[in-house]
Write a protein that binds this ligand. Structure first.
Ligand code: ATP
Ligand code: MG
Length: 257
């Protein structure tokens, strides 16, 4: 589970990029993060990947409080997450196979295990016929699929993608989203930043829209509020008052551990 509790991020120049974000993302969810340029989307992603830290509040990912992570603990935490960037960030001098294998080797895995796992993930993204090709000789969509293979090769719990379709054509955008969706069906939590409302509409997943560092709306939370309202009605009619709170939105009453 990912929990943002009163997260505030103020950059050193005084820009308030996130201003009190409260939300929960359950294990196995697929979530779109949307919003206009400058809304704070990438900032949220950078906090999740420990490229940066919150100024205030508490961010917990898969039971780990990121505030307390030391430099030594960050690599271990990062093994739980797979990250996909808009600009792919492949190693230009390595072919497709080695770009993916490298991600396993840096975490100390080697031998036959690497070969079979790399081939498995390249199969998932449909690139086994390109294993010896350098990134420059691939299309944008192919490069992004290599990046996706690299992100999943170490079996992360969470995939985090910042505009993964920003540099691929519309058809390939759909393909990338389908791949993310099938990865999600295997139980991996997926958090995707996108500008493309077309994709959000097509894939009908939870959407968290940011605006100026705030949550403008959260369709997951709306479902939750709707379900809560229904439940309240039922409880009112059956005259059994109970006190529950949203499973997704953290409230002031949440205990601090
Ligand atoms: N390193 C930084 N130092 C200072 N301000 C920053 C820094 N990075 C981002 N910002 C500012 O923080 C705010 C949020 O930026 P962020 O990159 O999170 O937006 P975004 O929603 O990802 O936008 P885009 O859709 O353009 O990628 C913006 O006002 C931006 O100018
Ligand atoms: Mg951004």
């Amino acid at each position: 589970m990912i929990v943002f509790k009163n997260i505030k991020k103020v950059y050193s120049n005084g820009t308030v990029a996130l201003d009190g974000i409260n939300l929960k993302i359950d294990d196995g969810e697929f979530v779109f993060i949307t919003g206009p340029s400058g809304a704070g989307k990438s900032t949220m992603i950078h906090l999740l990947t420990c490229e940066d830290f919150a100024t205030e509040g508490k961010l917990t990912v898969a039971g780990t409080s990121l505030k307390r992570l030391s430099h030594r603990q960050i690599p271990k935490y990062r093994r739980k997450i797979g990250v996909v960037f808009q600009d792919f960030r492949l190693i230009k001098s390595m072919n497709v196979y080695d770009n993916v294998a490298f991600a396993m080797r840096v975490v100390g895995r080697g031998g036959r295990e690497v070969k079979s796992r790399v081939m498995t993930v390249l199969e998932i993204v449909g690139l086994t016929h390109k294993i010896s090709v350098l990134p420059d000789q691939l299309s944008g969509g192919e490069q992004q699929r290599v990046a996706l293979a690299r992100a999943i090769v170490n079996s992360p719990e969470i995939i985090i993608a910042d505009e993964p379709t920003g540099n691929v054509d519309p058809e390939m955008s759909i393909e990338i989203m389908k791949l993310l969706s099938s990865i999600n069906k295997n139980g991996i939590t997926v958090v995707v930043v996108t500008h493309e409302q077309r994709l959000v509409k097509a894939f009908k997943k939870r959407e968290i829209r940011l605006s100026k560092g705030h949550i403008e709306f959260d369709t997951g939370a709306q479902e939750q509020v709707g379900a809560q309202a229904e439940e309240n009605n039922r409880e009112a009619s059956s005259d059994v008052p109970k006190r529950r709170r949203s499973a997704r939105h953290v409230t002031e009453e949440d205990e601090d551990d």
